[in-house]
Design a binder for this molecule. Structure first.
Ligand code: EPU
Length: 416
């Protein structure tokens, strides 16, 4: 069990490289199953969720080598279509392998996925859409048994623009001979990254980034070499850290086009944002300004993944803010921990009010999920005294090395 010991009240100044995107790398790794030729994926973050994806690929029979941020996958000899419960429970995005294994092998046996404790996370839209496209799916307790003999040409309208369901449909249908349209598709930049990678392998997909994605019949897939997009949530994390602690940081590799609304919100709380070639510069002096109301929404709305990070910065705002969560049922778990540091937060599972105070104080706090854990690290870096953050395993799922990056910017963080 790891802990981070953080001595706060340091200004953050310097430069940091933004890692590759977790939420783009995971479905791209699943997509490598669709060809028997080698795929080379660069800029894969070195995080435990990517390790879990590599284990799943190896368990299915793929040959995988990892050299720092480059993962080479050759799925020529797939000899299993079962994803064991242990691996499915390790991360929610393991459900992504359902579409990919079905697309490749025509059969898949998986368990219900695990993931962060963000509330009830059903997969009914994944199952419903894949069924409509021709998959026969039987659920027996935790076990899901799927068969696909032929993908139907169909239009799918998602009741909600689910990121995972959109990606699963793309993965199952990309290499099939069918024409499929997804209406009300998720529009996240990570979906565009998946489309780009699949097209490089031989798929004929267009429309990613809009709410209508069109998948056309494709010839046999080949190998591909691809570089994963930068992680917009990690870039947002370090931007919020600068807003909370003050200082000036250059986020090398951050893509401002993916962060439009986050950057606009940061400006509203008084953070200067300068878009530069190859990155973003953020600077903040004094306490953040409060926000009347911010509400999480599917992309291009304000990302739910940034909600805890922004809230951490708002705990020391010069006034009262309201934060509303519309995507997950239980994404304020970190608020109780921030209260141990003196934060004045009240509310329920959908919205919180934050009364800004001049400074939080150090305390022993517990990460309850990945982004909530990162929010505690931000709050601790800005707080007076020493904070110990436990359950760092959650943070390791999505951040390559949060203490290395924040230390580079001048924070005082030790992993023990
Ligand atoms: N939902 C359903 N039924 C479904 C699918 C989703 O009810 O079949 C609900 C979920 O319960 C949730 C909402 O729809 O309330 C959104 O879920 P979505 O499917 O869009 O999310 P996801 O694919 O499970 C991805 C990211 C999350 C991110 C969300 C929303 C990956 C691997 N994960 O999850 O990332 O919060 O989209 O943007 O891409 C994170 O990185 O910390 C993280 C949790």
């Amino acid at each position: 069990m790891c802990e981070l010991v953080i001595s706060g009240r340091r200004c953050l100044c310097g430069e940091v490289d933004i890692q590759g995107s977790k939420n783009a790398a995971l479905p791209i790794l699943a997509a490598t199953l669709l060809t028997d030729k080698e795929c080379v994926i660069h800029n894969c973050p070195q995080i435990t969720d990517v390790e879990a994806a590599v284990e799943i690929l190896r368990g299915l029979g793929a040959r995988v080598s990892v050299d720092e941020n480059t993962v080479c996958v050759c799925a020529a000899n797939i000899d299993s279509n079962v994803i064991p419960k242990k691996l499915m429970e390790r991360m929610r995005s393991s459900v992504m392998f359902l579409g990919a294994v079905l697309g490749r092998a025509g059969e898949a046996i998986i368990c219900r996925p695990g993931g962060c404790r963000l509330g009830d996370r059903p997969i009914d839209m994944h199952i419903g859409s894949l069924r409509k496209l021709g998959a026969k799916i039987e659920e027996a307790g935790d076990c899901i048994v799927c068969h696909l003999t032929e993908t139907k040409s169909e239009n799918i309208t998602l009741l909600y623009p689910s990121v995972g369901a959109t990606e699963n449909i793309m993965l199952m249908c990309a290499a099939s001979g069918s024409s499929v349209r997804i209406f009300n598709a998720a529009r996240e930049p990570e979906i565009v990254d998946l489309q780009n990678f699949l097209n490089l392998m031989g798929a004929r997909i267009c429309g990613a980034g809009t709410d209508c994605i069109i998948i056309r019949p494709a010839a046999k897939f080949g190998g591909a070499e691809y570089t994963v997009m930068p992680d917009r949530i990690v870039a947002s994390t370090y931007s919020c850290a600068v807003s909370a602690c003050g200082g000036e940081a250059y986020l090398r590799g951050a893509e401002s086009e993916h962060m439009r609304l986050v950057l606009e919100v940061l400006k509203q709380i008084g953070t200067e944002v300068i878009k530069e070639d190859g990155g973003i510069r953020v600077a903040a002096f004094g306490r953040p300004k409060p926000l009347d109301m911010i509400k999480t929404l599917p992309y291009p709305g304000f990302p739910t993944d940034v909600q805890p990070l922004l809230s951490a910065a708002l705990t020391t705002a010069d006034g009262e803010s309201r934060v509303c969560e519309t995507i997950f049922d239980s994404r304020f778990g970190y608020a109780e921990e921030l209260k141990k540091m003196g934060a004045l937060i009240s509310g329920d599972s959908h919205k919180i009010d934050i009364k800004g105070i001049p400074a939080l104080h150090g305390a022993n706090v517990e990460a309850k999920d990945m982004r909530g854990g990162a929010a505690l690290v931000i709050a601790a870096a800005a707080a007076e005294g020493i904070t110990v953050v436990s359950n760092v395993e959650y943070i390791n799922r999505g951040y390559e090395n949060i203490e290395r990056d924040l230390t580079r910017l001048g924070a005082d963080i030790l992993r023990i």
